[in-house]
Ligand binder design. Structure first.
Ligand SMILES: *Cc1c(COP(=O)(O)O)cnc(C)c1O
Length: 426
């Protein structure tokens, strides 16, 4: 490869949400180990992002590496139509075991966005098979993020969702305001009024409500109280609407419980998982549902669920997912996330008194500093790298969700860097 490989990157490769005209610099990484990303120039960065929620055990993990190598020597991939394999079955068993009771049927796919597409199709096909084909709309809350494909885009926040230029060709769904209650102590029944009215007026055409439970990710990094979710769940039952929970970001311990919905004692009809499912090794996602829903879909024409990706249940991905979930279950993850949460409270909360900061939010192993103004990405990114940490803000949000294995000293480096960036740069 040519010495100028970075200039080839700059002129030929799209990065996420990037431009091809004078793109911001990208940093070359040659390897990664534990919580450290190794830059080509010899410097190391402490990763505050866990590669977008996924690398919960850190990088180059011996147990995860071994699981993948072991599977690699047997088979890397085989089609899932008409064939099956132990890694898929073992992973499905594990997911059924650790997710809330009554979620018993597992559909594997290759990315979070597709898991959301699958969930939406399941809900619509369920109502079709139930003799209610008019139930095709979705109801959600603003500031959500569910992925970049068309079905998922249509339930992302219409303004913040980064997809507004496509709005004229997207199916139109119902949006309630984002919840404002932060914890159950402040619960006021009016907090759910708009949502309730939308459901009351439109339930005959609504197939499902779709939400990220308790913590909204890329649509605004917002936290809301469990009581809101509890009320949503009750209203869904009252109005005969399915509840889809998107735990692609919140799943696998991130908010302090294995799944965020546990904090509200809510069990969805359909659950989407992704991101940390393989510990950040491979792209894999899953959509789980109840036997009731799968029975209805299967009992009526067309009698099959209409989806089946080429790389469905890829054995390499399933094997590393089994290792990752077991690694999590065998670790003191609750204690670790609790410690990270306490430390984030202690070290990020002081930012809240700065005039350029509008809010500091902490939930489990997630810390968010919301600023008044948009961030100058070029400056801020460079500054973080200079300080030896990898933090990637967007809009006016500086946020972190580090690997669970981060030590308290390493986390302090990350939070110190955030405090310094916030203090200096505005
Ligand atoms: C990241 C994310 C998705 C999309 O997952 P991809 O694997 O990027 O397609 C969907 N929902 C939520 C809540 C996410 O955080």
């Amino acid at each position: 490869m040519n010495k100028n490989w970075l200039s080839f990157d700059k002129t030929h490769i799209w990065h996420p949400y990037s431009t091809m005209q004078n793109p911001l610099p990208v940093y070359p990484i040659v390897s990664a180990e534990g919580v450290y990303l190794q830059l080509e120039n010899g410097n190391k960065l402490i990763d505050g992002m866990a590669s977008w929620w996924s690398a919960i055990h850190g990088y180059n993990h011996p147990v995860l590496n071994a699981a993948m190598r072991n599977q690699l020597d047997k088979m890397a991939h085989v089609m899932f139509g008409g064939l099956t394999h132990r890694p898929a079955v073992e992973l499905a068993e594990l997911l059924v075991k650790i997710t809330p009771n009554s979620l018993e049927q597992v559909f594997f796919c290759d990315s979070g966005s597709v898991a959301v597409e699958v969930a939406i199709k399941m809900a619509i096909q369920y109502w079709y098979a139930s003799g209610k084909p008019e139930k095709q709309k979705l109801l959600t809350i603003r500031c959500g993020y569910h992925g970049d494909t068309f079905g998922a885009m249509a339930v992302c926040d219409p303004v913040n969702g980064m997809h507004n230029i496509f709005s004229h060709i997207l199916p139109s769904h119902y949006f309630a305001d984002a919840p404002t209650c932060k914890n159950d102590d402040e619960w006021q029944p009016e907090a759910i009024t708009i949502f309730k009215n939308l459901l009351e007026q439109n339930h005959t055409e609504i197939a499902a409500v779709i939400l990220e439970p308790l913590l909204q990710g890329a649509g605004g990094m917002r936290i809301y109280c469990p009581e809101y979710l509890r009320q949503v769940s009750l209203l869904c039952k009252e109005y005969n609407v399915l509840l889809i929970l998107d735990e692609i970001a919140t799943g696998f311990g991130r908010t302090g419980t294995m799944f965020a919905c546990e904090q509200a004692d809510v069990i969805p009809d359909i659950l989407c998982l992704g991101k940390a499912l393989t510990g950040g090794y491979m792209s894999l996602a899953a959509t789980l549902t109840t036997t009731k829903i799968s029975n209805v879909i299967s009992a009526q024409p067309p009698g099959v669920f209409m989806h089946g990706p080429t790389f469905m249940a890829n054995p390499l991905a399933c094997s590393v997912a089994i290792a990752s979930v077991n690694q999590l279950l065998n670790s003191p993850w609750q204690q670790r996330i609790n410690q990270i949460e306490q430390q984030l409270f202690a070290e990020l909360s002081p930012c809240a008194s700065l005039p350029q900061v509008t809010d500091v939010r902490i939930k489990g192993a997630v810390g968010i500093v919301e600023l008044k103004n948009q961030i100058n990405m070029e400056q801020v990114q460079q500054k973080f790298v200079k300080l030896g940490v990898w933090v990637r803000p967007f809009r006016n949000l500086i946020y972190i969700m580090p690997p669970y294995i981060i030590t308290s000293e390493e986390l302090t480096k990350v939070t110190d860097a955030i405090v310094e960036v916030v203090t200096d740069n505005f």
